[in-house]
Design a protein around this ligand. Structure first.
Ligand SMILES: Cc1cc2nc3c(=O)[nH]c(=O)nc-3n(C[C@H](O)[C@H](O)[C@H](O)COP(=O)(O)O)c2cc1C
Length: 186
């Protein structure tokens, strides 16, 4: 069992980092290992709601185009659209993580919570391997296009688009405000 000090160091070492060597590959076996680790997240009713898409090579540009086309349809400014077309090629792998719809509204929310926990588990695992990660949201309005691109079941919510790669540098630390704890005893 890991001790608190080691786990605390790991949690603090995980940083959102896009300073990544785009020419150095991350082996599919590593991605597989991280996705398996992610499945150890807590999950009410054991619905196993997570679904992963490992996007590499040319597919990264196609994913960018799928998002950009939605942005064009939404009338977004050209510079933002152009940036989006190329942005997934900034790292060798983009791991898209979806959450399947549940059999009730509550279950759908709980599924998404479980998937968020799974993403954090994956990020921590990646940190132990020395990988840099960057959790990005799905571009506004592009959930359906991304889910279709990733061949996810209909209505899958895109929880994270995780940029993954080997770091060229590390970002400055961000201080955390102290936790707000309401100690309620009576
Ligand atoms: C649900 C979620 C969505 C996020 N989406 C984005 C994003 O779209 N763009 C971005 O720059 N960072 C995104 N982040 C990363 C946060 O900005 C980052 O965690 C925060 O700045 C704290 O930095 P740290 O992760 O290095 O501690 C997201 C984080 C979470 C949890």
């Amino acid at each position: 069992m890991v001790n608190f000090e080691d786990f605390s160091s790991l949690a603090r070492a995980r940083r959102t980092n896009l300073m990544i060597d785009r020419s150095r590959d991350v082996e599919p076996a590593v991605v597989q290992q991280l996705c398996e680790l992610a499945t150890w997240a807590p999950n009410h009713k054991l619905t196993w709601p997570w679904v992963f898409a490992e996007v590499r090579g040319e597919a990264r540009l196609k994913l960018g185009n799928a998002c950009a086309d939605v942005m064009v349809a939404q009338g977004e400014p050209e510079p933002r659209v152009t940036k989006t077309r190329g942005k997934f090629a900034r790292t060798p792998v983009v791991l898209v993580v979806g959450s399947e719809v549940g059999d009730s509204e509550l279950r759908t929310v709980e599924n998404r919570d479980a998937v968020a926990a799974a993403v954090q588990t994956l990020l921590l695992g990646a940190t132990t391997l020395g990988l840099a990660t960057f959790w990005s949201s799905c571009p506004k309005g592009a959930n359906e296009a991304v889910a279709t691109f990733c061949r996810f079941p209909q209505e899958t919510a895109i929880v994270a688009m995780v940029y993954l790669g080997w770091p060229t540098d590390s970002p400055k630390s961000i201080d955390r405000p102290p936790p707000r704890i309401h100690r309620i005893e009576s």
